[in-house]
Design a binder for this molecule. Structure first.
Ligand code: NAG
Ligand code: NAG
Ligand code: NAG
Ligand code: NAG
Length: 491
């Protein structure tokens, strides 16, 4: 018997945000019932207090607690990863969701436009590695070498960090026959994209245009998301010397008279607690919250701290030199063949079964992302500065609203897509790898629970090179989709 399940699947999808909320409530309730703070926080014992259990904090806490002599406390503002995070297709629903995200919005880009942007940041163990698009990319060796030059510390050089990449990796990606360059015994599982409609056309077209791009690789295990929580914390939850306190939002770092950090305050279940450390406080709170916490603790630009009533301890440019890979979605490039992922058509009861039983199919896909590559604009011939992420994603009712939700663009994508509903398409996320523009982060006030103010200052570089570079990337992509045999002529 054939049953039309389109309506059923769409119905299930519209439930996802509500289910994420419900799981969030249940996770917090479970924590309230089963973990008790008071007995645990013996103020004498910790060697290390790690602030933030996100992409970095999970790794730091796990590596430090490998030594049984170290007593490690990990403080995380959110809870365990939401169960939906395991299903890559739900990624867009996790971003900006109150149960899984800090829900940051930037300051308006200019006084007149009022336009601002959302900056999704994962909240909970695993941090943004629990809510992102899972793409695995090491980065350009030149960048590491440049950091070594700037810091005067060779340890940042690519030759030195490569060892740690290998040590981290459990690599099953597309270059798995080149294991000299990759590791197989580390905790972080990496797999190639499994569900990738239209990928071959893109790779061929790019080749015609003279570049080499590659299929995406994800931090994924048998199709399920593999965050730094999955890789580093979950296997080590029973270590007696690693304590994790969830729903604990650190509000201040304390220092002794020599300005050595010796403890932190944090808010948990409405009450403020204090914990000391014998050795170190390690701040792993991410770009935004790390800067915020340092400033709240008196480390930051002197005048700014005074202006929000914080007693300055050290005058440093914390929150300055903010750089973001500004990105824009190019497309939709309409296709005349059904070679893109069209959720209402392609997500079926069978594909749900395929994911559950075999870890493959459209549910293993973070919204149709398939391939990735870098190119150089004419201003940076030796050092690729444009990043292209290809999404093979047909336009369907609701996609516009989803993108508007991620980006905070009101009805922009909803309107843009409204005349293309049910047509196959590709979209490309074009972003600037080495932006010249810099912004800054400041405190709104002295209240540690206020959100800081983010000023990205995109495209503000004096020579306007950033926007010029983006235009070149845009032209390259249009050429790809209009003029190559594999894409423009064929599809
Ligand atoms: C909570 O504290 C009590 C008393 O110290 C202890 O017996 C119990 O095992 C603790 N529960 C958990 C889950 O840590
Ligand atoms: C780093 O410094 C060395 C020596 O000055 C120079 O040769 C090299 O090009 C620099 N590398 C980068 C990536 O900046
Ligand atoms: C199971 O998953 C693998 C990749 O992980 C894929 O190659 C294979 O086609 C899948 N099998 C089915 C029946 O979907
Ligand atoms: C586009 O790519 C940038 C990274 O270059 C990323 O920060 C941004 O979240 C991406 N947007 C989407 C919708 O994937």
């Amino acid at each position: 018997m054939l049953v039309d399940t389109t309506g059923l699947i769409a119905g299930l999808f519209s439930l996802v945000p509500i289910l994420i909320t419900s799981f969030g409530v249940l996770l917090e309730l479970k924590d309230t019932i089963f973990s008790n703070t008071s007995q645990k926080l013996t103020n004498d014992g910790y060697d290390f207090v790690v602030v933030g259990g996100g992409s970095a904090g999970c790794v730091v806490a796990a590596r430090l607690s490998e030594n049984p002599k170290h007593r490690v406390l990990l403080l995380e503002a959110g809870g365990n990863p939401n169960p939906f995070a395991a299903v890559p297709l739900t990624t867009p629903f996790l971003q900006n969701h109150p149960a899984t995200d800090w829900q940051y919005t930037t300051a308006p880009f200019s006084d007149s436009s009022g336009v601002s942007m959302k900056w999704p940041r994962g909240r909970g163990l695993g941090g943004s590695s629990t809510t992102n698009f899972m793409m695995y990319m090491r980065g350009n060796p030149l960048d590491f070498d440049q950091w070594a030059n700037i810091t005067g510390d060779f340890k940042w050089s690519y030759n030195n960090v490569e060892h740690y990449f290998k040590k981290m990796e459990d690599y099953h990606g597309i270059y798995k026959n080149n294991l000299g360059k990759h590791g197989r015994n580390g905790p972080l599982r990496i797999e190639p994209v499994i569900y990738a409609p239209g990928l071959d056309y893109v790779l061929e077209a790019v080749k015609e245009a003279g570049y080499t791009f590659s299929p995406l690789e994800y931090t994924q295990k048998r199709g399920r998301r593999y965050s730094t929580y999955s890789a580093y914390i979950k296997p080590n939850l029973d270590r007696p010397n690693l304590e994790i306190l969830r729903y604990s939002h650190v509000t201040k770092i304390h220092f002794n008279h020599n300005l050595k950090a010796n403890g932190v305050s944090f808010v948990r279940r409405g009450g403020t607690s204090y914990v000391t450390t014998k050795r170190e406080v390690i701040i792993c709170a991410g770009t935004i919250n790390s800067a915020q916490l340092l400033m709240l603790s008196g480390i930051g630009p002197l005048e700014h701290l005074k202006s929000v009533g914080i007693n300055p301890l050290v005058n440093l440019p914390v929150g300055r030199n903010l750089q973001d890979h500004v990105s824009t979605i190019i497309g939709p490039f309409m296709l005349n063949k059904p070679v893109s992922f069209m959720p209402p058509r392609d997500v079926t009861l069978i594909s749900i079964g395929e994911f559950v039983l075999n870890g493959s199919g459209p549910l293993s896909s973070p919204l149709g992302t398939i391939g990735i590559g870098v190119t150089s604009s004419s201003s940076s011939p030796e050092w690729p500065n444009l990043l292209h992420i290809f999404a093979s994603l047909g336009i369907y009712e609701g996609l516009g609203a989803t993108l508007d939700q991620i980006f905070g663009t009101e009805n922009y994508y909803t309107n843009l897509f409204s005349t293309f509903i049910e047509q196959d398409a590709h979209l490309v996320n074009l972003s600037l790898g080495k932006p010249r523009s810099t912004g800054f982060i400041e405190l709104k006030d002295g209240n540690p629970l206020s959100k800081p103010i983010i000023y990205p200052q995109y495209y503000s570089d004096p020579g306007n090179q950033d926007i010029q570079d983006m235009i070149e990337g845009y032209q390259m992509l249009v050429n790809l989709y209009e003029n190559t045999n594999s894409l423009g002529k064929k599809l």
